[in-house]
Design a protein around this ligand. Structure first.
Ligand code: E4P
Length: 218
């Protein structure tokens, strides 16, 4: 499963990229606002750090203006992936952009039927929001299972990008279901590395090693 960071914070992206485990980045208008940075500038800087897809979202609601915005955004770098909302105009834009080879991430997906439409529109990625689904009394992971089933039934190439990930269990469940990608806040990705028994184990090994008086590098 690919790991994308859901953030526009450059320091966090650099830190995760240094692990060699970061496959891409997703941003949205709220994350750009939170960063306090200029959209074009920060997107360019993210694209310079990460080789994989970097999602940059259009803000227009009509197809024609979405296409104009996408035109500007895709000039930022080759790895920009245009993010469009799951609306009729968003899917029309998806179809037009993917027909000429542009990567498109269809966002704000909350049903398997919507995911089916995105696949038919040729989306590179579909972003079902599991956290927001859970927040509203639905089961986010069931949504991922349904989309996996539908996509496998027809061998759609659209990658399932689990979004709105809130905790490490969302990550594990996504991997068990066979999602292609998950995007999570840096804090959640960092938590994946941690286990109290790993820390305890290291502590014990080092204590015993010290008692031997040996050194590997000496
Ligand atoms: C995905 O691309 C979105 O940016 C993101 O995952 C939304 O997450 P949120 O529900 O925590 O805002």
């Amino acid at each position: 499963m690919k790991f994308f960071a859901d953030t526009a914070e450059l320091d966090d992206i650099k830190e995760l990229a240094a692990t060699g485990l970061l496959d891409g980045v997703t941003t949205n208008p709220s994350l750009i606002a939170k960063s306090g940075r200029d959209f074009m500038e920060v997107t360019k800087e993210i694209c310079d750090i990460v080789d994989g897809p970097v999602s940059a979202e259009v803000v227009a609601l009509d197809h024609e203006t979405m296409m104009k915005e996408a035109e500007v955004l895709r000039k930022i770098a080759d790895n920009v992936c245009i993010k469009v909302p799951l609306t009729i105009d968003g899917l029309k834009t998806c179809k037009s952009l993917t027909s000429d080879g542009t990567m498109v991430n269809v966002t704000l997906c909350f049903s398997a039927n919507q995911a089916l439409l995105a696949a038919k529109a040729g989306a590179s990625f579909i972003s079902p929001f599991v956290g927001r689904h859970d927040d509203n009394g639905f089961n986010g992971m069931e949504l991922i299972e349904d989309i996996r089933l539908v996509y496998d039934n027809y061998e759609y190439g659209t990658e399932i990008l689990v979004a709105s990930v809130r905790h490490v269990i969302h990550v594990l469940e996504s991997a068990k279901i066979g999602a292609d990608v998950m995007t999570a806040p840096p804090k959640v990705i960092q938590q994946l590395f941690n286990h109290t028994l790993t820390d305890k184990g290291i502590e014990g090994f080092l204590k015993d090693w010290k008692s031997t008086g040996q050194s590997i590098l000496a």
